[in-house]
Design a binder for this molecule. Structure first.
Ligand code: FES
Length: 106
């Protein structure tokens, strides 16, 4: 299974195996990782699953849909490498992915 590393705003890091087909958000929620609340359950409507993707991984992700772009505009401190983790589907290609949580989440 692909390994995903979630880094809390405090710097605390969690590396987990997440099954292919789950989203990066679901991997965090199922493992009680603090900082990804996912209030809307993954329907791209809350931005509480906002993460900063490590730059080298950002290019490997599928492009954002417009709904994700719109939601990110309302997220707390969006940055160049921001994504909504509920829109990122885990696959072998993402083995080693590193995401960081913004300061408001955690
Ligand atoms: S879980 Fe709500 S936008 Fe991702």
């Amino acid at each position: 299974m692909p390994k995903i590393t979630y880094i809390e705003h405090s710097g605390k890091s969690h590396t987990l195996e997440v099954a292919n087909g789950l989203t990066v958000m679901e991997g965090a929620v199922q493992n009680n990782i603090p900082g990804i609340d996912a209030d809307c359950g993954g329907s791209c409507a809350c931005a509480t699953c906002h993460v900063y993707v490590d730059e080298k991984w950002f290019k490997k992700l599928a492009n954002k849909e417009s709904a994700e772009e719109d939601m990110l505009d309302m997220a707390f401190e969006p940055k160049k490498f921001s994504r909504l983790s509920c829109q990122l589907t885990v696959s072998d290609a993402l083995d080693g992915l590193v995401v960081k949580m913004p300061s408001k989440q955690g």
